[in-house]
Design a protein around this ligand. Structure first.
Ligand code: FES
Length: 559
């Protein structure tokens, strides 16, 4: 099975397990109210997870997630990995052993012996009869939660919105298990008090129908059988890895790094695995999943023997705009000797991951506006240079004010063109609404300026505006005095292309459909076209607005 499909399936299963864990924690947290509240919450919890669908989802997810984790463990060529990944793997592999007793004592006991695993019974075991099992259970829950949080963090950290919400998510990630543990302690204390009430323990025993001696022995066998099977599977995977390594050692290749440093690895290793095996520092922000580009290497001798990049790798390389001799080390499996040169410092952070050289930047979803004066060069040919400067400065003042008042940031004035960013702090929805409002104000401003300068201009000034929205790396770039906030990336190229398209369509404004969607503006009344953009697969759906004044009726009123 393809590694990406395996990861997707594992992720889907992980989401089911995460949902289960969150609901389980919330149920425990009800102990802060009372034991009775815990039992009431448990009724809903079981209604969800002990129904046919819930059982299928839960146990299907456990089997899939665990089975695929073992499969990926077999697939990896090297067990050297970043600390966070080792922690996630290690904690995940511990979980079946940590949770086996609890699952057999509750769910399996209910299933096999009809035992009622209500909170009062479980807490009685954990707090009165066998406190060491209670401590064990707390460790198990903490391990499960930490494993889930590490996975979630590394999955989400490339999302543009993640940095904004990270502090809140961290707070939730700490508060939820803390509340669950506090509820577990409060419930336990209540049960300890109840256990001192004469007759309570006996009544609980009768009500929960604990397994008899034969059933208890059968449950112990089930637990041991599961643990043996799990251990057997783990040992089999590790043994299969060793056999494969012995087999592959017969065919090895040499990878030469700058220095020069030569690493000999079996055929089948990726370049990143070769670096890790040899202890060569190599950036790999996404952990070798082909999602960040930080592991990229320039390939020298032996490049001709590499198979071409697969779709996922090609997409990442195209997005970063690399030269043809650059490959992702984590996706490249050389079959002959190869010379490579890692291109990024090993300490690079996620925010830097998708840009060429944007160490000050971060990826975010923004709206980008390009505007240009129509026919100004021709008009300027017949004017004195000082007059041209005068008109241009009035023009920049007019569009700059319109952009600033709408909430945008003027970014570049080049010739008679301007680039502006919207939504850098406020997000793409607000940014797109601001960009459309700015476009309208810019056109109105140009009409007023043309009227004011009517005596000096052979024809009214006309402007063409293109707006697109999407991910871009936004950061302060430049040198010396010229250090300013700008954006780079595909979104910027597309916005510039849309501004050029205003000439082809003799229109004041061309906006992509992304902009309309983000802004919540219904632009169906304006003609739709599909535009090709250089170096970009697929075409961009755009709306052509001949006269911006016509936007008035469709623009949302929110700022
Ligand atoms: S490590 Fe992220 S793409 Fe290779």
């Amino acid at each position: 099975m393809h590694a990406t499909s395996v990861r997707r399936l594992r992720l889907g299963a992980a989401f089911v397990l995460l949902t289960y864990l969150i609901l389980h924690f919330l149920n425990h947290a009800l102990g802060l109210i009372s034991l009775e509240a815990m039992e009431a919450g448990r009724w809903w919890f079981l209604a969800l997870w002990r129904g046919r669908l819930g059982t299928l989802a839960l146990y299907g997810a456990i089997t899939l997630h665990g089975g695929l984790a073992l499969w990926l463990l077999y697939q990896r060529r090297s067990l050297r990995m970043p600390a966070w990944e080792s922690a996630q793997y290690g904690l995940g592999l511990l979980l079946p052993a940590l949770l086996a007793s609890h699952v057999v004592g509750t769910r399996v006991a209910w299933w096999q012996a009809g035992t009622e695993d209500r909170y009062a019974r479980v807490l009685m075991v954990f707090w009165v009869l066998a406190p060491e099992r209670g401590a064990w259970q707390m460790v198990a829950l903490t391990v499960a939660w930490t494993h889930a949080c590490i996975g979630l963090h590394h999955w989400l950290r490339f999302r543009p919105w993640y940095p904004r919400l990270a502090a809140w998510l961290l707070a939730a990630a700490l508060l939820l298990p803390a509340a669950a543990l506090a509820g577990f302690v409060a419930g336990g204390r209540e049960v300890m008090a109840l256990a001192r009430t004469p007759g309570w323990t006996e009544a609980l025993g009768q009500a929960s129908a604990p397994p008899d001696r034969t059933e208890a022995a059968a449950l112990v066998r089930i637990r041991s059988g599961f643990l043996d099977a799990y251990l057997g599977a783990l040992v089999t995977v590790l043994a299969a890895r060793s056999v494969r390594a012995l087999w592959q050692r017969r065919r090895s290749i040499r990878i030469t790094y700058p220095g020069p440093r030569v690493v000999t690895v079996p055929v089948g290793f990726t370049v990143l695995e070769a670096s890790r095996t040899a202890g060569i520092p190599h950036a790999s922000v996404c952990g070798g999943r082909g999602r960040c580009s930080t592991c990229r290497v320039r390939v020298g001798r032996g490049r001709e023997h590499l198979s071409p990049p697969a779709e996922a790798e090609r997409r990442v390389l195209a997005r970063v705009g690399t030269a043809p001799d650059v490959r992702l080390a984590c996706q490249t499996r050389p079959v002959r000797d190869l010379t490579v040169e890692p291109l990024l410092a090993p300490s690079i952070a996620p925010a830097d991951a998708l840009g060429a050289d944007v160490r000050q930047g971060h990826e975010s979803e923004i709206a980008v506006l390009f505007a240009d004066l129509r026919g100004f060069t021709r008009m300027a040919e017949h004017k004195l240079p000082y007059d041209v400067v005068f008109v241009l400065n009035r023009y920049f003042e007019t569009v700059g004010t319109a952009i600033r008042d709408a909430g945008g940031i003027t970014n570049q004035f080049t010739g008679d063109g301007v680039m502006a960013l919207f939504g850098v702090d406020a997000g793409p929805e607000a940014g797109c609404r601001q960009a459309l409002a700015a476009a309208r104000a810019m056109v109105d401003g140009m009409a007023a300026l043309s009227a004011e300068l009517a005596g000096d201009l052979p024809a009214p000034l006309r402007i063409g505006i293109g707006v697109h929205a999407g991910p871009a790396v936004v950061g302060r770039m430049g040198w010396g005095e010229s250090f300013y906030l700008t954006a780079v990336g595909d979104t910027v190229h597309v916005a510039a292309r849309l501004e050029q398209a205003t000439k082809d369509h003799d229109a004041e404004l061309v906006v992509s459909e992304e902009v309309a969607r983000y802004a919540g503006a219904d632009l169906a009344a304006f003609p739709r076209h599909d535009l090709a953009v250089r170096n970009r697969a697929g075409r961009i759906g755009v709306r052509v607005v001949a006269r911006v004044a016509a936007l008035g009726a469709v623009l949302p009123s929110r700022g």
